[in-house]
Design a protein around this ligand. Structure first.
Ligand code: KIV
Length: 262
């Protein structure tokens, strides 16, 4: 999958796999993998920089990571880059500047959290030729308003409101939607209600695809666990044993060998 057109064409035609990436080396692994598409997530703040929230990212930081990922993918995958904290709330000019940085860094689409109050900005970006992916449910940039990282849409009223917002994302011209941490039945209703691909994270099995954070799915995020994360590789064990073996080989003098010396 190399473009937003490929992405949209997959609705109802086979589940879409999406991974985050923040760096060139991760992107090179992804380029050689069957994973369909890549999100340069603002989770870079928490996963890579150890921040408590995603607030620390800026358009410039996101553009730098997007450029590194785009170089690693070398045209092989569809790339979505996150609009950072509040970038969509500073008006159309600031949003266009942010989109300009991300697209010029190599993104093929931008992801924007929420919809209420910035439908016009999303519409303007779409009309400017910038594909937009929505993000609803547990939107980490609103963690304070949501009272923590909690499952959303659990009551009838909040479920109905999320369905309304999902329709508003589609009406604003978005090309897809990420829904995070909502009940599986609500995710199915949203997926069936939209003609856009709906990608879930912590949203059960009935969406058009799944996204996971690279480090979480590969066991490279020691100390982090969540009900919705499956670790598909024991990266923690592999990395830890590699580091221990390196330190031991240095200590016992077996590294570097003659072959490894000039
Ligand atoms: O930044 C991110 O990693 C995300 C995913 C959780 C969807 O937005």
């Amino acid at each position: 999958m190399k473009s937003v057109l490929d992405f949209k064409a997959r609705k109802g035609k086979g589940r879409i796999s999406m991974s985050t990436a923040y760096a060139h080396w991760e992107a090179r692994f992804l380029a050689a993998s069957p994973v369909d598409c890549v999100l340069v997530g603002d989770s870079v703040a928490t996963v890579v920089d150890g921040e408590p929230t995603t607030f620390a990212t800026t358009p410039e930081i996101m553009a730098r990571h997007t450029a590194a990922v785009a170089r690693g993918l070398a045209g092989s995958k569809f790339i979505i880059a996150d609009f950072p904290f509040l970038a969509v709330r500073k008006g159309i000019v600031a949003a266009v500047e942010c989109a300009s940085l991300l697209m010029r860094a190599g993104a093929h689409a931008v992801k924007i959290e929420g919809i209420d109050g910035h439908e016009d900005v999303v519409r303007h970006l779409v009309q400017s030729g910038v594909p937009v992916i929505g993000h609803l449910g547990l939107t980490p940039q609103s963690v304070n308003a949501l009272g923590g990282y909690k499952v959303q849409g659990k009551t009838d009223a909040s479920a109905a409101d999320l369905l309304r917002q999902a329709r508003a994302v589609e009406a604003a011209g978005a090309s897809g939607l990420v829904i995070e941490c909502i009940p599986a039945e609500l995710a199915r209703d949203i997926t069936e209600a939209l003609t856009l691909p709906v990608i879930g994270i912590g949203a059960g099995p009935h969406t058009d695809g799944q996204v996971l954070v690279f480090h979480d799915m590969l066991g490279l995020n020691p100390g982090f666990s969540a009900k919705f994360v499956r670790t598909f590789a024991d990266g923690n064990k592999t990395v830890s044993s590699g580091l221990a073996a390196f330190a031991e080989a240095v200590a016992d003098g077996s590294f570097p060998s003659k072959k490894e010396s000039y």
